[in-house]
Design a protein around this ligand. Structure first.
Ligand SMILES: Cc1cc2nc3c(=O)[nH]c(=O)nc-3n(C[C@H](O)[C@H](O)[C@H](O)COP(=O)(O)OP(=O)(O)OC[C@H]3O[C@@H](n4cnc5c(N)ncnc54)[C@H](O)[C@@H]3O)c2cc1C
Ligand SMILES: CC(C)=CCC/C(C)=C/CC/C(C)=C/CSC[C@H](N)C(=O)O
Length: 476
């Protein structure tokens, strides 16, 4: 049976996690519940664009996988358009020379790959595909309304002990065990990790697999900027956006008269004013650590302790200029013709990657300006100095940076925080301990909305069901 829907729900954070949670909560609880979405910065969060000389570029989350079905669904349901975002030739530099260089001839590439690495690239492709295959079971579970109370339970239902094991081992250990060679891991896989997560092969195996999926073909983005999906979800969910910074979430001491269910008081700052409101259900859709959200939990028994997940700093720098190809390669001084250069872990370069970018309105075919300059984006752990920029570029017109607490610093064994922090208080970004990506936040949001709904209605049979895959197989 169903009880009356809650009166008011608060969501903290209007990134892809918070806005998709609003969307799914509206679907589950119906039109009468009042949903407040708190945001202290911009709607979109880590999905953001930067405007340079009148052109917008993705400065945060930029590419989406062709099998990220929630993101695909949003685009369709919200009337957005897509652009293709992979393309161009890739090279890998160790700081002195290019250890791998893609050719524009398909067949030459195949021969080069086999020559350098045997059948390892093909085996790796199959390894990632196998994981992706199991990962995709989540869509089936969620379309049947099943929810999970922890990240571990969710992963276990997708791929059993093998999936859970990936959280506890480094990516390096995982791939060495699978028989991949050191040369291949150093020259191909580590550079992809450095591009996608700014980290070494010591990240957990699961995020490693997601990182490799992020190097698949067919990657896409939302025309006009990925952040548009957030503002559209917000609109479609008919929630109320509150521009303010949440400071405390307090468990109310006594039952309020008239409405015994409103358990939580959310205290927030807007402008110079401090305000507060009472809610039946609260979803936290931002990483809980002091640097990123600074939210304190008051009056909970047992107490909700401070979270210490360390987030990796990444600086994205946009530079319009002419690349100095000799900083990546001792041989050729002429134009490399590469559009992305990755780096190996042992390179003494101060950047993780550098690539030509197109604006959020161009389908992937970036053109140089009349003097031959492109817009490049680098990722680096630290802000680039002028001296470093002049090493990378023969000349440049501008260099503009955007700094992020980008994603967790992965360090297996991964201890994931609970999704249920208290009775009706949920934490979406607990999911990031497995892997951080737009689709992971959307999956966490769908899960939290289902979890909140089932717990509100006492439907315990819809939570943490064992052997779901087998159960749903027969239910075609
Ligand atoms: C440089 C970079 C590149 C990336 N590239 C990709 C990519 O190519 N593909 C991909 O899939 N993923 C990528 N990611 C990861 C992806 O962007 C994130 O996983 C995803 O956007 C996280 O969304 P979220 O809603 O969970 O969190 P966030 O986007 O961080 O949203 C949290 C929101 O909460 C707000 N907030 C925090 N504290 C408070 C408070 N106290 N009160 C009110 N509001 C608060 C914040 O302002 C923020 O807007 C990238 C990330 C970065 C940084
Ligand atoms: C969740 C699944 C199954 C797939 C997601 C794959 C994906 C798109 C991973 C990318 C993750 C990420 C954090 C990328 C960072 S930067 C990469 C981008 N190419 C850029 O240049 O900005």
């Amino acid at each position: 049976g169903l009880r009356a829907p809650p009166d008011r729900i608060a969501i903290i954070g209007a990134g892809i996690g918070g806005t998709s949670a609003a969307y799914y909560l509206r679907q589950k609880f119906g039109k009468d519940v009042k949903i407040d979405l708190f945001e202290r910065g911009e709607v979109g969060g880590r999905l953001a664009t930067i405007t340079l000389q009148g052109q917008e570029y993705e400065a945060g989350g930029s590419v989406i996988h062709p099998l990220n079905l929630h993101m695909k669904r949003f685009v369709k349901d919200l009337g957005l358009s897509t652009i293709q975002s992979s393309g161009g030739l890739i090279g890998v530099s160790n700081g002195d020379t290019l250890v791998f260089e893609e050719s524009s001839w398909f067949i030459i590439n195949i021969i080069k790959l086999i020559w350098q690495y045997g059948f390892q690239p093909l085996r790796m492709h199959m390894w990632v595909e196998d994981i992706l295959d199991k990962f995709m079971r989540i869509y089936r579970y969620q379309s049947h309304d099943y929810a999970f109370s922890s990240v571990e339970n969710l992963l276990h239902s997708l791929g059993g002990d093998d999936f859970l094991g990936m959280l506890n081992r480094t990516f390096l250990e995982t791939l060495q065990k699978a028989g991949f060679s050191e040369k291949f891991l150093d020259e191909m896989i580590a550079p992809i990790n450095r591009l996608n997560y700014g980290q070494s092969m010591d990240i957990n195996g699961f995020v490693g697999a997601v990182s490799l999926a992020g190097a698949d073909s067919g990657l896409w983005a939302i025309e006009g900027g990925n952040k548009l999906v957030c503002s559209r979800l917000l609109q479609a969910s008919k929630s109320n956006l509150i521009s303010g910074s949440v400071m405390y979430i307090e468990k109310t001491r006594t039952k309020q008269t008239g409405n015994p269910t409103k358990m939580y008081q959310v205290v927030y700052q807007t402008g110079s004013e401090t305000r507060s409101d009472f809610y039946d259900i609260v979803l936290v859709a931002t990483p809980l650590n002091r640097k990123m959200s600074n939210i304190t939990f008051l009056n909970f028994d047992p107490p909700i302790e401070e979270f210490h997940q360390h987030y990796q700093q990444i600086v994205a720098t946009f530079i319009k200029g002419k690349l100095n190809s000799s900083s990546f390669n001792s041989r050729a001084l002429d134009e490399l013709g590469l559009s992305t250069i990755l780096t190996t872990d042992n390179s003494h370069l101060f950047i993780n990657s550098i690539g030509i970018v197109s604006s959020v309105r161009e389908n992937n075919n970036p053109q140089p300006s009349t003097d031959g300059a492109f817009v490049w984006k680098t990722f680096s752990p630290e802000t680039l100095t002028k001296e470093q920029l002049l090493k990378l570029f023969l000349s440049y017109e501008y260099a503009v940076k955007q700094q992020w607490h980008a994603y967790p610093h992965y360090k297996p064994p991964e201890k994931c925080s609970s999704i249920i922090l208290h009775d009706r208080l949920y934490y979406l970004n607990a999911m990031e301990c497995a892997a951080s990506a737009m689709e992971m936040s959307a999956i966490a949001a769908h899960n939290a909305a289902l979890l909140a709904y089932h717990r509100w209605n006492g439907h315990t049979d819809m939570i943490d069901q064992e052997d779901l895959y087998e159960k749903l197989k027969t239910e075609l």
